[in-house]
Design a protein around this ligand. Structure first.
Ligand code: CMX
Length: 387
């Protein structure tokens, strides 16, 4: 079902509209972007229910300028987000709608977009948009043991929020869609953990919790964040908990999605079975090829991850001590039908923390990028804003 992604409003005097919306809704633009193909400058505001996109014409011949000349300032279009813009185009073309381009075009906010002519939609210009894989460039910090990579977005004056991905994932693969949803409220950064994404795998080929924690320090120092909120998914949530227990002065609040802290041999074996590229290639070829492209040394990373997971059952006691020590207010979230950890794994984490709230969301896949992002981002925003 397409989701209302934003409402476009054509404006003559952007400063006056911004002042009005500040008084009316207490919202301010969080990003401005020029889309040269559409000859517009866009200003995005996030009202939580949906985004508003203020459209300023950059050319006397642009579609927005024609609209302003004919109708004056006002509601310009409704934009709905779809998973596959090309497939949606094909469906609508076959249904007889007049589409304003032959294929999806680059739009603002790293989206591919197309429009349906308002004469076919009872006078309302409708846009469809698909969020593309971000082409974000990381920042690197060199270390004796290789480099640490992180991605930074949003206004540096906002509260800081660090994102940690899951095992075998990366910022671009796991946490980027959530970062995009929260960049309007926070100064966000996504860290790639050792061997994942753009961060080097240590020459020993061994992944350790201590090294993950060291990488968080490196990123926080490079960002000049003395303390921060941290969000972690799966492995990233265990790393976030360990960091918060060891360095309470550097962590404000924690948000966890699909965490697990109690490991036995069968559970470790279940995860290890998922961490084989060959098996992935035959079952999910598209996912396998994305992993191969995303990681620098996938052929070394996956054996390293299997060895790391094999050691988790012997670290249960240490993890229980960790949970008892964490003092940061924590929002624990998980899926009602998580196929890997079950709902019990999430509830155990919640029960062992001193200052935690629990939210169980509907879902059947242990992934973040395809998870219940609207619900999750709204819960996290409130939690990190201290509500
Ligand atoms: N909403 C509703 N109706 C609109 C409209 C809009 N945003 N823009 C134009 N119309 C109406 C006109 O008022 C006119 O109606 P009448 O004939 O009743 O007067 C009719 O559409 C005109 O259509 P047209 O003759 O085809 O002429 P236009 O040159 O005005 O083009 C349209 C209209 C929709 C094809 C053109 O505006 C367009 O291509 N829009 C899509 C691109 C766009 O809007 N980009 C900016 C957004 C960028 C972004 O979000 O990134």
């Amino acid at each position: 079902m397409p989701r209302l992604e934003h409402i476009g409003i054509a404006v003559d005097d952007v400063a006056a509209v911004v002042r009005c919306l500040k008084e009316l809704l207490n919202v301010q633009p969080y990003k401005t972007e020029t889309v040269s193909t559409q000859q517009v400058r866009t200003h995005f505001l996030d009202t939580e229910a949906t985004k508003l996109e203020l459209l300023e014409s950059m050319d006397a011949d642009s579609a927005v300028q024609r609209f302003l000349d004919r109708r004056g300032e006002g509601l310009h279009h409704l934009a709905f987000e779809v998973n596959d813009a090309a497939a949606t185009m094909e469906r609508l073309r076959q249904a007889g709608f007049s589409l304003l381009s032959d294929s999806p075009q680059p739009g603002a906010d790293e989206k591919h977009i197309f429009f349906v002519h308002p004469k076919d939609t009872h006078g309302v210009l409708v846009e469809f948009c698909e969020t593309t894989s971000p082409r974000w460039s990381p920042k690197y910090v060199s270390q004796s043991n290789g480099r640490v990579a992180f991605y930074e977005k949003g206004d540096p004056d906002r509260p800081s929020l660090l994102f940690l991905h899951g095992a075998g994932g990366s910022t671009r693969l796991d946490t980027a869609p959530l970062m995009r949803r929260l960049e309007s409220s926070f100064h966000v950064a996504g860290l790639d953990l050792s061997g994942h994404g753009e961060t080097s795998l240590p020459s020993s080929g061994t992944l350790t919790m201590d090294r993950f924690l060291e990488e968080i320090h490196v990123a926080l120092d490079a960002l000049e964040w003395s303390s921060t909120h941290i969000f972690g998914f799966s492995l990233g949530s265990a790393v976030a908990l360990r960091f918060a227990a060891a360095h309470p002065d550097r962590v404000n609040r924690l948000g966890l999605f699909a965490p697990n802290v109690e490991w036995d041999r069968p559970l470790a074996e279940k995860l290890i079975a998922r961490l084989h590229l060959d098996a992935l290639r035959s079952r999910f070829p598209e996912r396998a090829s994305r992993l191969e492209q995303e990681h620098q040394h996938p052929e070394r990373l996956f054996p390293a991850l299997r060895a790391f997971v094999a050691g988790l059952p012997s670290a249960n006691e240490q993890m229980a001590d960790t949970l008892a020590t964490v003092s940061s207010p924590t929002l624990v979230t998980g899926l009602d039908e998580d196929p890997l950890f079950g709902r019990e794994g999430v509830e155990t984490v919640y029960q062992q923390l001193q200052h935690a709230r629990l939210a169980i969301l509907p879902g059947t896949r242990h992934t973040l990028a395809d998870g219940p992002l609207s619900l999750l981002s709204s819960l996290l925003r409130s939690h990190f804003q201290g509500e």
